[in-house]
Design a binder for this molecule. Structure first.
Ligand SMILES: [Fe+2]
Ligand SMILES: [Fe+2]
Length: 268
């Protein structure tokens, strides 16, 4: 990796995104967060081949081929934790990608996404440690290949990225976490429940960051955030919103009354 990437946030983020070893990537992301070099928003960085850096395993398979397992066996619980760790690994990549790829944003935008990258790295690390305590490692199970797809699709437009990654995919994580915690609690895994508490708290912040920059970009372009959203979902074939919704977390994450009311319509 080039020496000079250490001096500028967006180039440094791209270098971390290219790292393929998950533990090293998580450590580098947290170190970058601690170092927090200033971004140069004017840089137009060329897209290198082979993004994101990732290990040979897990094998990536279509979503429907990832088997559902019971959390009441150690292996089943490990598979479940592995699936969440995989989401967090991808989330590190998505946050780093938001930093290097999009020029011309305010300095706060890059600072926000650096915070997300650092927190996703912590989430991955906590889950991976717990997974290892059960005798498994990241890579031991197949994983689904859908998460990076939305990054690819929205690579040409930061507005679509903000609409569909943090405030759609990460917001679905807010909905999914409490039922998952209940399942893990029934399986007697108090540590996993605790880790998911940390994740849920941080993810509210990530969705909030998505809402902040989605609205900023809508204002800048003179478009209405409410009417634009369903258009973007359709144009980019993003997943539809599906109940049950975590309304409390979504409210904390800065969705407006109008947006929360929309959930009521799409949920019926
Ligand atoms: Fe996360
Ligand atoms: Fe996140």
């Amino acid at each position: 990796m080039q020496e000079r990437t250490a001096d500028e946030l967006r180039q440094a983020a791209l270098a971390v995104l290219r790292e393929s070893d998950p533990a090293a990537k998580a450590a580098l992301a947290r170190a970058l967060q601690a170092r927090a070099p200033a971004p140069d928003p004017s840089l137009q960085l060329a897209r290198p081949e082979g993004l994101p850096g990732r290990p040979d395993r897990p094998r990536l398979v279509p979503t429907l081929q990832v088997p559902k397992r019971s959390p009441f066996t150690t292996e089943g619980r490990a598979a479940l934790l592995h699936a969440i760790a995989h989401i967090e690994f991808n989330a590190i990549n998505l946050a780093l990608d938001a930093i290097w790829r999009f020029p011309g944003m305010p300095a706060d935008y890059y600072a926000d996404w650096l915070q997300v990258a650092g927190e996703e790295a912590l989430h991955f690390t906590l889950l991976h440690e717990h997974l290892q305590s059960l005798g498994f490692r990241y890579g031991d199970f197949d994983a689904h290949d859908g998460l990076w797809t939305m990054a690819e699709r929205t690579a040409g437009d930061v507005l679509a990225r903000m609409a569909l990654v943090p405030r759609t995919l990460e917001a679905r994580g807010l909905d999914a976490t409490p039922p998952l915690q209940a399942k893990l609690a029934r399986a007697g895994d108090a540590r996993a429940v605790e880790i998911l508490d940390v994740i849920l708290r941080d993810e509210i912040g990530h969705v909030r960051i998505g809402n902040r920059w989605y609205r900023h970009l809508c204002r800048e372009r003179g478009v209405d955030p409410i009417t634009l959203y369903p258009e973007l979902v359709q144009r980019y074939e993003a997943p539809r919103l599906r109940p049950p919704f975590n309304r409390e977390a979504r409210e904390l994450a800065g969705f407006s009354e109008e947006e929360l009311a929309y959930l009521g319509q799409s949920g019926s």
